[in-house]
Write a protein that binds this ligand. Structure first.
Ligand code: ZN
Ligand code: ZN
Length: 355
C-alpha cells in the first residue's frame, strides 16, 4: 500500500497543491485498506489523515495503517479542522467524484483555502495491479469460472434465461463469492444481438447460441468473463461467426504486451472482424480494466489514448451482433506481463456445445 500512496504523492507534487482530498470510496480502499462505505482521506506530501464517523472508527483502527485516524461528527468540520490545523491553502479534490453542492459547502466552510478540481491520477495508478491485487483478481476469476462450469448443464432447451442467471448466482455464492459484479447477461437466440441483454423470461431453445456475461466480487475485486455456448449442434453460420470472434479474441490476446497503444490493440481484433465482413456488427470497444471496479482504466477502444503497460489487467471481449439473428461475444480478462499476457479467467473458449 505504501507504493500506491507514494505513486499518488508523486502525482500530487506535480499539481502544486498542499494536499489531495480523496472521496472516491474505492480509491480510499486502494490507498488505505479501508473496506467500509463512508470515509475521506486527506493526503499531503509526507502525512495523511483518514477521516470517518463513529460508525467506522473501530473498523478503521483495525484496517487502516499509515494514516492518522480522525473521527468527526460532521464531515465538513472534520475536514476544516484538519485543513486549518495544517495551514493548507490549496487542496485538490477528485473532480469526477465531488458534487457541486459538496464543493460549495467546502469552499464556504474553509474560505481561506482554495479547492482545485483534479483528475486525480489515482485511476491511472490503479490501472497497473500490484501482487496482492493480482492474487485477489486470480482468486475471484477462478472461483467464478469454476461456478460457471458447474451450472453449464442447466443451459438447455426449455430453461428460462432468468433461471440460468439465478442458478449461476447461487452456485457462485456457494463457492464463497461475496456478490455478483453486475446483473448477469444471459441472451439466447435473437436476443444475443443485444450486447447488454439482461437475463429475461425467454426460454432457451435448441439450435440457439446463448451468450452469458458474468462476474463476481471477492475481497473487493471483480471478475468479468463472457462465454457463448451452442445449445444443440450449431449450423454453419453459427460456427462461422463464432470462429471469427474467437480468432479476433485470440489475435488480440497474442498482441497484448507492454508498449502497444490501446487503440492499436483494439484494431487488431476490429480489423480482423472487418476483414471477415462483419465490421458493421462490432460496435463496442475491445475491452476495459478490471479491479476494484468492474469497469476501470485502461479503456481499450478506437478512441483510447493510452499505452498498454506491464501489470495492467483488462478484458478482451470482441463480439458480433446481428439484429434478427443473434450474437456472439467471447470475453477473457488478461494480465499483461513483461512479454505477453496471462489469461486469468478460466472457462475454455473453444465452442462449447450443450444439449
Ligand atoms: Zn463482461
Ligand atoms: Zn467486460
Amino acid at each position: 500500500m505504501l507504493n500506491r500512496v507514494t505513486a499518488v504523492r508523486r502525482y500530487l507534487e506535480s499539481t502544486g497543491a498542499d494536499a489531495l482530498l480523496v472521496s472516491d470510496i474505492n480509491n480510499i480502499r486502494y490507498l488505505a485498506g479501508f473496506t467500509g462505505s463512508s470515509a475521506l482521506l486527506l493526503l499531503a506530501a509526507s502525512d495523511g489523515w483518514f477521516l470517518t464517523d463513529s460508525r467506522y472508527t473501530e473498523q478503521a483502527r483495525q484496517e487502516v495503517h499509515g494514516f492518522q485516524i480522525i473521527e468527526y461528527s460532521r464531515m465538513l468540520e472534520g475536514i476544516s479542522g484538519c485543513v486549518n490545523a495544517q495551514g493548507f491553502r490549496r487542496v485538490a479534490f477528485e473532480a469526477a467524484n465531488v458534487t457541486v453542492e459538496f464543493h460549495d459547502s467546502l469552499a464556504r466552510s474553509i474560505p481561506e483555502c482554495e479547492f482545485v478540481p483534479l483528475e486525480t491520477g489515482i485511476d491511472a495508478v490503479r490501472a497497473v495491479k500490484d501482487e496482492p491485487e493480482l492474487a485477489a483478481l486470480r482468486r475471484v476469476a477462478a472461483l467464478v469460472s469454476e461456478s460457471f462450469l458447474k451450472i453449464l448443464d442447466g443451459i438447455k432447451p426449455g430453461v428460462r434465461e432468468r433461471e440460468v442467471a439465478m442458478e449461476f448466482e447461487f452456485a457462485m455464492r456457494r463457492a464463497g463469492i461475496d456478490n455478483k459484479a453486475f446483473d448477469f447477461i444471459v441472451a439466447s437466440g435473437e436476443r444475443g444481438a443485444l450486447p447488454h441483454g439482461k437475463a429475461s423470461d425467454k426460454a432457451i431453445r435448441s439450435g440457439e447460441l446463448v451468450t452469458v456475461d458474468f462476474g463476481g466480487i471477492l475481497d473487493g475485486y471483480n471478475s468479468d468473463e463472457t462465454v457463448t455456448v451452442a445449445v444443440g449442434e450449431p449450423d454453419n453460420r453459427q460456427r462461422e461467426i463464432y470462429h471469427v470472434v474467437k480468432d479476433a479474441h485470440d489475435r488480440a490476446i497474442d498482441a497484448a504486451r507492454p508498449g502497444i497503444p490501446c487503440r492499436e490493440l483494439d484494431a487488431v481484433a476490429r480489423d480482423y472482424i472487418n476483414s471477415q465482413g462483419y465490421g458493421d456488427y462490432f460496435g463496442h470497444g475491445l475491452g476495459h480494466g478490471v479491479g476494484l471496479e468492474v469497469h476501470e482504466k485502461p479503456v481499450i477502444s478506437p478512441r483510447s489514448e493510452g499505452v498498454v503497460e506491464e501489470g495492467m489487467v483488462f478484458t478482451i471481449e470482441p463480439g458480433i451482433y446481428i439484429p434478427g439473428w443473434g450474437g456472439v461475444r467471447i470475453e477473457d480478462t488478461v494480465r499483461v506481463h513483461r512479454d505477453g499476457c496471462e489469461i486469468i479467467t478460466q472457462v475454455p473458449k473453444d465452442l462449447i456445445i450443450v444439449e
